[in-house]
Every structure is written in structure tokens, then in C-alpha cells.
Design a protein around this ligand. Sequence first.
Ligand SMILES: NC(=O)C1=CN([C@@H]2O[C@H](COP(=O)(O)OP(=O)(O)OC[C@H]3O[C@@H](n4cnc5c(N)ncnc54)[C@H](O)[C@@H]3O)[C@@H](O)[C@H]2O)[C@@H](O)CC1
Ligand SMILES: [K+]
Length: 483
Amino acid sequence: MRTAYTADQIRAAEHVLMAGLPPGTLMQRAAAGLAAACAGLLGRVYGSRVVLLVGSGDNGGDALYAGERLARRGARVEAILAGSRAHEAGLAALLRAGGRVAGPGALTRADLIMDGLVGIGVSGALREPYAGLAEEANAARAPVVAVDVPSGVDASTGRVQGAAVRALVTVTMGAVKTGLLVDPGAGHAGRVELVDIGLGPCLPDPDVAALTGGDVDDLLPRPGKESDKYRRGVLGVLAGSDLYTGAAVLAVGGALRAGAGMVRYAGPAEPVAQVRAAWPEAVITLLDRPSIKDVGRVQAWVLGPGLGTGDWAHELAAQVLGTGLPVLVDADGLTVVARDRSLLRRAAPTLITPHAGELARLIRAERADIEAARLQHARAAAAELGVTVLLKGSTTVVAEEPRPVRVNPTGTSWLATGGTGDVLSGVAGALLAQGLGAYDAGSCAAYLHGLAGRLAADGAPLAAADVATALPAAFRAVAAGGA
Ligand SMILES: NC(=O)C1=CN([C@@H]2O[C@H](COP(=O)(O)OP(=O)(O)OC[C@H]3O[C@@H](n4cnc5c(N)ncnc54)[C@H](O)[C@@H]3O)[C@@H](O)[C@H]2O)[C@@H](O)CC1
Ligand SMILES: [K+]
């Protein structure tokens, strides 16, 4: 499990740790790790040109001391001092080691750029000249190593207002910051490398966590020798309508490929015909009225993809949400519950899987605000609605109070295409039916679905059905420890 913390949590931990150490110890530890990471990227340090962007705070201090270390190994280190002042002792150390102060033109000549403009002390959008320097660094040909956090990214939320550095690598001190794992911040951070400065014992419970493939493998239910199809988990799928048949086919496909012992599909004539043709494995009930009475026994429900939003959908929603079983609500199901949020007041687990627009309707917020601070909105929605929220998007997050928000590390932009959400619903529903809690089912499903998307896309466009087809490969990759 990879864990991450807010700037406030990290400052508090640093405060505790620093109290027992000689002044400057942490900055030296940070600089040593930073210099090692830069040396690794450069390959040959001697003679290389390293340009430091130095802000007026301790983030600039880290850069200056790391620059000193590289200068001592023969690098030609130049510092662009962006603030009205710079870390005095750090600058003196750099100059003693042979580094010098440079003008902005230096960026075009660099082999490596170290971004020490601002770290966790940033507030609001970058001001000039920081903003201009960030953009110059982004336009330069040299790789950028961000110190602690790419300047312009809010360390706690990942929010970017205005210019922000785009790094190849972010070398982060003591603990990973939440904003490095969530877009848009994650997109600016590049690869995140953690420097251990001894903060571990002082850290509180994490703000967020990201599953690894090993974690997913540990959480996934495995069929035992005595398992039969009923004990492996039966999922009921209420999806599709005469107009939207594909959603039903994709959701059932996702569920069948995610280990459900049996999938029971119920719907009107058109999607029934399509599901029957695509998945002879599914057990089908033709509904001539909105009732789950004849569907048979299930351990969990998926409600919503392509279901429509009229009385039919509302009636089915009221019935499944009225059971004591875990229910996943997606797509049209979310529109129905947004109109009647009392449907979500229930004791059994509920996993909702909105994208930002659907969540905006549910919690009466602006879509743009949700996009800008996904994690905070997912967490707030989970608390407000009393459900588990899987918020889909460029970074998919899973929130359930009071646990750390799970940030999904897999996925690809090619997944942003119609129907992939229906497959995800099927996968998460199948895991619910197999007995995982909503939090684990949501986060494992997001992981596997994102990985399947990556395997299916392999750098090219994909269709939603390809994601379902790639699911077994994703399960195998996780089991083999290769994901
Ligand atoms: N506190 C500690 O124990 C440690 C801190 N370390 C480093 O110190 C950093 C935090 O240092 P500071 O607290 O000095 O804060 P920062 O250096 O991150 O930023 C504060 C400075 O940035 C300026 N600033 C803030 N917002 C700005 C904006 N929008 N545009 C332009 N300038 C802006 C402020 O005026 C202030 O001078 C960490 O990110 C990390 O790099 C590390 O050395 C490890 C130990
Ligand atoms: K920085």
C-alpha cells in the first residue's frame, strides 16, 4: 500500500521529528536523496549542466544543498534566484562548492533542471517571476526534477491554478503528498520518488492510500475446493433498456470475467435478447414489469447502466435498495437516486460509481469544482450520502468514511470511451457478490479495470468490450506479481 499525507500532516510530523535533531539535519537528508536521484538521471555528473530554480523558502534550500553536492562531484551548477531572498546558508554552500548564480537564459543550456521554487509552502497560483520560470522550465529540452512537489501544484489537493511545473520525476521528502497522487497534480509530478528522512514514526494515519498489485491480489477472493457457483457469489444485474442494450451486455460481461459464480440478468425484451446472444452463461429473467421478485437469489446487485430514468428505473431502484444486500448504483441509477436521495438511506453497503457530472447532480455541486478537487469531493459525498463513492475520471478515487481515500494507480486515457463504465460496474458488482466490502470491491475493481484498459489499449484506442476481454489478463498479472 502506498500512503500519502496532506501538507499539514507532514509539517506536524516534521515538527516532532526536528525537535530531537540538530538544526538542518532534515534538509541535509533531503538534499542527499535529491542529489542521488539527479545523479541517477544524469548518468554522468561530472561536466553536466544543472540549473536550479530557487524560491525564497526551504524548498529552495533543498535545491541549493543538492546543487552543492552535485557541484562537488564536478557538475556545473547554476542557480536562478527567483525570490527576493534565498536560503542563505544553502546559497553560501553552493557558491563555496563552485556553483554560481545565473540569469534566466541558463535554462536553455541545462542538462537537468531542479525545480525548487515552492514546495508545501505554496499558497494560490504561482506569482511572477515564478510562473514565468515554471513555463520556461516546461519548454526547455532538459528533464525537470521537482523538489518535494512540482511548483504550482497544491501539495494537499493536487489542485493547479495557473502555471505549474511539469516534472519527469518528483523527489518528495519524508512522505508522499496527497496532491502527487491525484490529477491534475499527479500528471505534473511524473514519477514520484520518496526520500526517507526518518519521518515514518511521526506520521499520523494517512490521508490517502493507493493499492499495489500485491494488495489487490491479497484482497481478491479465491474459489476454494469446496466452492460452487452459489457460494462463489451470485450477482443480479438490472441494466439496459430497449433503447440502450449495450450497457447490459457490457455490465454482464464485466461481471462474468471478474469471478462471479453466476450472473442473473433481468430486463426488458431487447436487452434480454442481446445479453442471451452475447453471454449464454448468464441466467436471464425477462421482465414485463419492474419487479425483482422472480429474479432468484443473489448476493449483490448492480443497478443502473442504460436502465433509463423513468418510473421503471425508479421502481427497480426502490426495490433493490430496499433489500438488505450490497448494491452498486451507476449511470441512470444515479440520476434516479439524485432525484430521490432518500433511496440511499439504508443499512446495507451501497457503492455508487459516478463520474464528476453525475456526482455534481447528486451533491448539488459544480462539475468543475469536483474535477479540480476530486478527492475532497468524493470524501465529502461519502460522508453526506452515507455510501461508498467510486468517483471515476482521470484519477479514480474511492472514498468511504472514515477510511483513507483510495487513489487508483492504474488506468489509461484510452479508457475515456463509451461503455467502459458499464464494464467497471460489472467488475465491482461481481466482487461485492463474492463478499468484498464496498471499499475493497470498489478499489480492486478500479485497479483491475484500469489495468485491463492498459493491457487492451497498449498505446492504441480501445472499445469497452476489449476491456472486458482483457480482464483475465489483468487478474493473471496481479496474481503473478507483475502489475
Ligand atoms: N520543514 C521541514 O522539516 C523540511 C522541509 N523541507 C523542504 O521545505 C519545503 C517547505 O519549505 P517552506 O515552508 O519554507 O515553504 P516553501 O519553500 O515551499 O514555500 C514558501 C515560500 O514560497 C513563497 N510562495 C508561496 N506561495 C507562492 C506563490 N503562489 N507564488 C510565489 N511564491 C510563493 C512564500 O512567500 C515563501 O517564501 C518543503 O516543501 C521541502 O522542500 C525539506 O527540507 C525537509 C525538511
Ligand atoms: K518544487
